[in-house]
Design a protein around this ligand. Sequence first.
Ligand code: IMP
Ligand code: MG
Length: 189
Amino acid sequence: MTDLGGRIHQDVGEVLITGEEIQEKIAQLAKQITDDYRDKDLLLVGVLKGAFVFMSDLARQINLPIEFDFMAVSSYGSATKSSGVVRILKDLDYEITDRHVLLVEDIIDSGLTISYLLRYLEARRPASLEICSLFWKKGEQAVPLEVRYPGFEIPPVFVVGYGLDYAEKYRNLPYIGVLKPAAYQAESG
Ligand code: IMP
Ligand code: MG
């Protein structure tokens, strides 16, 4: 817990996973990815904004010459439940046809966002398409999902930190945690 050093954000009621635990997991995921894509050209596609922190740490542990692209989607607004509507705010910069694509996501909750993105990317005929998601509220998905590189399975609670926001705040916390009820009340006025 040295990474916390008593600096837990005042709005956070409980730390679920520490920064150290996250970094250990990322090292394992990156090693697996490095082994699996050793002879392939790998393109990481990050889902903004949430995945930018994870993708940055993950990419620097992957010991291969990778390339990057990003998509930005919106599925939540500032509420804590999925609206079911996925909007593309930023499309890919590059063609992915015949590329080995690894979709990097921060968290899978209902699975709506990632399912939509899989269909969208699959239509562009990549050579391969896999998912790496740091957090996964497993059991919450209406449709079964195959996540090749899952990080942590977490309970179905709303979490913030390590890229994840509530109303665009808390993304820079180095751990993930659950907000105190007062943090939501402050937001709704
Ligand atoms: P899904 O479409 O329900 O799977 O939700 C996926 C997206 O919703 C993620 O990429 C996040 O941006 C957001 N999200 C889901 N659960 C959480 C959470 O617990 N905290 C913050 N954002 C979340
Ligand atoms: Mg979000």
